[in-house]
Design a protein around this ligand. Structure first.
Ligand SMILES: Cc1cc2nc3c(=O)[nH]c(=O)nc-3n(C[C@H](O)[C@H](O)[C@H](O)COP(=O)(O)O)c2cc1C
Length: 173
């Protein structure tokens, strides 16, 4: 289970250029696989990770709206790209650029989900940090019940202003 006593620190673990962090989950978001680098960044052992909800690496600076968007996209059997700030067991953080996809079985039925992450560019982190900070502020103002709607409205407003889809925006930052 996620340990709520972990205190986030300002210590950043910067991904190496050729790192790929890979994880798989079942349909409910429980970890079924993590590659060695994913395990290393998480700070947990493989045994501690497997079977746990993927939110075990969730950082409190991440807006809830982004995860709602991620899951809503996956539930339409589409892939989703996202910048994610994750938290290691020791409270340090690491930014990733993730491509999350549904995994299909031989009959074409979704059997779980798969995420591959690479190092994001620092300019992209700066852009996304500003957006996520605004989304998080909106979530705090709205309160838990309306948090996701409030922060996704901010994201939608930004995309409308730029006249682009989420995917073309996120692939261009
Ligand atoms: C394949 C896959 C990979 C995921 N990777 C992450 C991740 O790296 N970090 C993260 O915080 N959530 C990730 N999630 C989303 C989590 O399942 C969860 O929605 C999120 O951590 C928010 O959890 P909470 O609503 O319990 O706070 C992933 C989900 C899937 C299906």
């Amino acid at each position: 289970m996620k340990d709520k006593s972990i205190v986030p620190t300002q210590r950043e673990k910067v991904m190496r250029e050729d790192d790929f962090l890979v994880s798989r989950t079942d349909l409910k978001g429980r970890l079924t696989y993590g590659n060695q680098i994913f395990i290393e960044y998480s700070g947990y052992s493989e045994q501690e990770l497997l079977g746990q909800q993927h939110n075990i690496v969730r950082h409190p600076d991440m807006p809830r709206g982004i995860f709602k968007f991620l899951w809503d996209t996956l539930h339409t059997q589409k892939e989703c790209f996202a910048y994610v700030k994750n938290m290691s067991r020791d409270g340090s953080f690491y930014w990733v650029f993730a491509n999350v996809t549904p995994s299909l079985d031989a009959q074409g039925k979704v059997e779980g989900y798969f995420s591959v992450r690479r190092k994001p560019k620092s300019q992209a982190i700066a852009t996304v940090t500003e957006i996520y900070t605004n989304m998080l502020d909106a979530e705090r103002r709205a309160g838990p019940r309306d948090a996701c709607d409030a922060s996704l409205a901010i994201l939608a407003g930004l995309l409308t202003q730029k006249g682009v889809s989420y995917e073309s925006f996120i692939l261009s930052v």
